[in-house]
Design a protein around this ligand. Sequence first.
Ligand SMILES: CC1=C(CCC(=O)O)c2cc3nc(cc4[nH]c(cc5[nH]c(cc1n2)c(C)c5CCC(=O)O)c(CCC(=O)O)c4C)C(CCC(=O)O)=C3C
Ligand SMILES: [Fe+2]
Length: 378
Amino acid sequence: MTVVGAASAEAASGAEHVTEPVAYDAILLASFGGPEGQDDVIPFLRNVTRGRGIPEERLEEVAHHYRAFGGISPINDQNRELKAALEAELARRGIDLPLLWGNRNWDPYLRDALTEANERGFTKLIAIGTSAYSSYSSCRQYREDYAIALAETGLEGQISIDKVRQFFDHPGFVEPFIEGVTQGLRDVAARGIAPEKTHVLFATHSIPTADAEKSGPQGNAYQAQHLAVAEVVMLASEAADVPHSLVYQSRSGPPSMPWLEPDINDAMRELAASGTEAFVIVPLGFVSDHMEVKWDLDTEALETSEELGTFAVRVPTPGVHAKYVTGLIDLVMERINGTPTEERPALTELGPWFDVCRPGCCENVRLGFKPALAGVLP
Ligand SMILES: CC1=C(CCC(=O)O)c2cc3nc(cc4[nH]c(cc5[nH]c(cc1n2)c(C)c5CCC(=O)O)c(CCC(=O)O)c4C)C(CCC(=O)O)=C3C
Ligand SMILES: [Fe+2]
């Protein structure tokens, strides 16, 4: 088996999850990127959707979301804040690791971060992607884009990029949601609405069902991970008597292509028709309040609730919550230290997830095979 990157996947033992310790010399904070003014909106959308078969009407619709926010995506400032918080946490813990920030779809690009890494003499990077789950869009596409950025800068063979494990069930990611759901349920109870008339909606990004089927090494990991985390959150929020479900948002492909359902707004209408009076909306699939949260939840879903005459609260995303920031640095340190599986925190039985992605993990059958870093080659 061939492994791309500094980490040797199977180690000597054949252990599936954990790599040998690696002396990384910088962290790469890798994110989606977003426009920072009206003139950026269309070029940004073209970058994201190139070759994806997204209908023109959908692009116009999404452009309108950005336009309503002055053409500025909230995601960039959130990443600037996250970068500052991670640097402060590194300093607090006396860890001497520089942090570079690069995006897949907008300035500062991944290639800019790699150029800077090269100028500063860094050769072994560990990436933190701002995405917690396994699927083509939320994991493999990041890995492909690392490979593309290395090719674009001509730094293949000179810089290696590994990534921290997908962190959907890391306590640093999950605990902020537990706090949020606990508080959200209190807000609902304070209005005198009974638990059985309350519904917790765990919302995540819809993806094509074909991608969902291929997510993770054995497939269907995307939904399984969300469902497992939702159970943990419900139990920890002492809300076992409150009904909950996993719902989807931000669908974008052509109507002929099946994507994960139900849409959050459809689910809300159906639940309200059968007696639900309050919703606790949990943006379980997202790490910060970017456009999908601001528009699809805070604008559309809250409007739907208003139409239905129900009460709704939207739980915060991890953002720069101290537990999340600490957790991300812990994820880097477990790689530097080569922490064994049994000492790695994971709140579901699915984890701790793999350091190095398995062959065929999160493939995209529509777009076909592209080289990806931080994985075992087939
Ligand atoms: C699973 C998933 C995440 C969560 C994981 C992660 O966070 O990475 C995510 C995040 C994000 N998606 C974002 C923006 C967009 N996503 C699009 C399109 C798509 N997303 C998809 C999936 C996901 N997307 C898919 C399957 C498509 C179809 C095209 C394709 O097959 O690739 C489009 C094109 C227009 C449209 O079709 O909506 C835009 C503008 C932003 C930035 C927001 C901001 O600016 O604040 C963020 C964080
Ligand atoms: Fe997206």
